[in-house]
Design a protein around this ligand. Structure first.
Ligand SMILES: Cc1ncc(C[n+]2csc(CCOP(=O)(O)OP(=O)(O)O)c2C)c(N)n1
Ligand code: SF4
Length: 340
């Protein structure tokens, strides 16, 4: 008999339709880690809502969590749909999957406003430096000098997703590589517990259109240039925090709002992901040194999410009656009078 988690579900209960993405596509490995994280965190699929835009990456949510709710938006417009849904039902956990074309080329405005508002959701950008679905055009994250089949050589500066996230006051900024499933899964788990927008920029190679070893979004380049800033583990609230065999001074714990903890084990350098200036600096340094910096780059677990800022009622809006949602002219009048 297949193993079950604490809510009695098998891993298969978290799967979706069979993938139609190319074999070896990084997006498939990201999907596997989302499925594993939700299973291991004992999340009911019915309490999850998936969001996406347009692209191979945005098709991907079809291939996971088929018992969850799902919205597939217009190209680059997913954050607006997610904003509405996450305000409409505050009991759900949001998982957004987008691409560099979807979020950073056509959808940059929407992407930035989601972070500014701090909409509570895991927001993955499966970053392959190309438009895979439309057969391999250059994207806004393609590096200078990248030459793609049937395309000119890119002469324009790339947009760095994590730098943009920092500039937009995102409260959780991380980068990973689809070829590092352990780190991807740990970051997904932490992001699912974050009370705000958790940006996960995952380099996710497009094996069909952008996987030459010299390309910054390929498996070869990622494996050669990956530079993790720490070893991560995630300890859910209620699980006993085990004392592990780490040397003093080599570890840092960051507490999440629900009591879960992200434990960061120092690798080569001391790095504090709650230090905003350090985050901006390390991103600039890694870009200058042409390194694929991975790990939890920045976190602010204390800033209020959009729902907290708006001070929404305990009862989700989608559970209220028409009378409760439209209080009528007398109530509006009372409110106006009270404001004078
Ligand atoms: C308004 C609009 N413009 C252009 C397109 C064509 N189009 C579809 S997907 C896509 C890019 C997808 O790239 P990305 O988000 O990086 O996803 P990938 O396929 O690489 O995973 C484009 C330009 C569209 N569907 N709608
Ligand atoms: S075309 Fe590229 S991005 Fe699309 S499924 Fe194939 S490998 Fe993945």
């Amino acid at each position: 008999m297949a193993a079950t988690n604490k809510i009695g579900l098998e891993k298969g209960d978290y799967k979706g339709a069979p993938t139609t993405l190319c074999q070896g596509c990084g997006h498939n490995s990201i999907l596997s880690q989302i499925i594993a994280a939700c299973y291991e965190m004992n999340m009911a699929p019915e309490d999850i809502v998936k969001f996406s835009g347009i692209g191979c990456s945005s098709k991907a949510p079809t291939y996971m969590l088929d018992r969850s709710f799902g919205f597939n938006g217009l190209h680059g417009r997913m954050p607006a749909i997610a904003t509405g849904a996450m305000l409409g039902d505050t009991t759900l956990t949001g998982i957004a999957m987008s691409g560099d074309g979807d979020s950073v080329s056509i959808g940059m405005g929407q992407f930035k406003h989601a972070m500014r508002r701090n909409i509570s959701m895991l927001y993955i950008i499966a970053n392959n430096g190309t438009y895979g679905l439309t057969k391999g055009q250059l994207s806004a994250t393609s590096e200078v000098g990248l030459t793609l089949k049937k395309q000119a050589t890119n002469a324009l500066q790339p947009i760095d997703i994590c730098v943009e996230a920092m500039a937009s006051n995102a409260t959780f900024v991380a980068r990973s590589f689809a070829g590092d499933p352990k780190q991807v899964k740990t970051l997904i788990k932490a992001a699912l517990r974050h009370n705000g927008t958790a940006i996960l920029d995952i380099i996710s190679p497009c094996v069909t259109f952008n996987n030459a070893d010299s390309s910054y979004h390929s498996y070869g380049w990622g494996r050669e240039n990956k530079n993790p800033i720490h070893d991560l583990s995630f300890i859910p609230a209620r699980d006993e925090i085990m004392i592990e065999d780490y040397e003093e001074g080599t570890m840092q714990d960051v507490a999440m709002h629900d009591g879960s903890v992200i434990r960061l084990k120092k690798l080569e350098r001391d790095y504090d992901p709650t230090n905003r200036m350090a985050a901006v600096q390390i991103l600039e340094e890694s870009s200058a040194n042409k390194q694929l910096l991975t790990g939890l780059i920045y976190i602010d677990p204390n800033r209020p999410s959009f729902v907290n800022t708006l001070d929404l009622s305990e009862t989700p809006l989608n559970r209220m009656t028409d009378e409760e949602l439209r209080p009528g002219p007398e109530t509006i009048n009372d409110i106006n009078v009270a404001m004078f």
